[in-house]
Every structure is written in structure tokens, then in C-alpha cells.
Design a protein around this ligand. Structure first.
Ligand SMILES: *[C@@H]1O[C@H](CO)[C@@H](O)[C@H](O)[C@H]1NC(C)=O
Length: 104
């Protein structure tokens, strides 16, 4: 007998897993840089979760692999967004405040 409680528990676990990467894969890495032309960068990893960037402003950036991360002009992954791939930007169209990368 599957009770409503079990269904809710299952949905909760699924929502939890969905927000993170499976144990056999990890989050993508975006390198955000203090200077234009991808200089003085720090790597920030995220697996389908929003990360607020600290220590900015960041002016350029690129991902560490063949995938795209999303940058946002506001914290909590809100506002304007732009996709960033491994070529990235020598200069971002805006200064990102938060990022989200896929599981890879
Ligand atoms: C981010 O972009 C949105 C949409 O263009 C804009 O309304 C908002 O003012 C911007 N926020 C910042 C912090 O620049």
C-alpha cells in the first residue's frame, strides 16, 4: 500500500537528487576572471545548482570542458542570462553575479 506520505517522500527525494549530480558524474567548472582576455581566473564548479559569485567583479571567462554554463547578472541565478562555453568571452556582456553549470 503506497500512502500519500510515501509519494511525497519519493517526490522529495527525486527533487533533491535532481538538483545535484549523480555520484558517477560531477559538476561543470566555469572559470571566471578578474581581468579581460581570460586572465586571473578562478574555477567555480556547479552541478545544476546556482552559485553566487564572490570576489568579483569578473570580466571574462570560459568553461573547463565541452559544455556550457550560464551566467546571470544578478544573484540567485536571476535577471539577465548568457550561455558561456569553453571558448567563453574575452569580455562578458555583463558582470555575472551568479552561475549555473550542468552535470558533466
Ligand atoms: C539584470 O538584468 C535585468 C534584465 O535585463 C535588469 O532588469 C536588472 O536591472 C539587471 N540587474 C543588475 C544588477 O544589473
Amino acid at each position: 500500500m503506497v500512502s500519500l506520505k510515501h509519494v511525497l517522500l519519493f517526490c522529495g527525494i527525486f527533487a533533491f537528487i535532481n538538483a545535484f549530480c549523480m555520484p558517477w558524474n560531477s559538476g561543470g567548472v566555469i572559470n571566471v576572471c578578474k581581468e579581460t582576455f581570460k586572465k586571473t581566473c578562478i574555477g567555480v564548479s556547479s552541478g545544476k545548482t546556482c552559485k553566487n559569485l564572490i570576489g568579483g567583479p569578473f570580466l571574462s571567462g570560459f568553461t573547463s570542458g565541452p559544455y556550457s554554463c550560464t551566467i546571470y547578472n544578478q544573484t540567485s541565478c536571476t535577471g539577465k542570462k548568457k550561455s558561456v562555453d569553453s571558448d567563453g568571452y574575452t569580455e562578458f556582456p555583463f558582470k555575472p553575479k551568479s552561475i549555473e553549470c550542468p552535470c558533466v
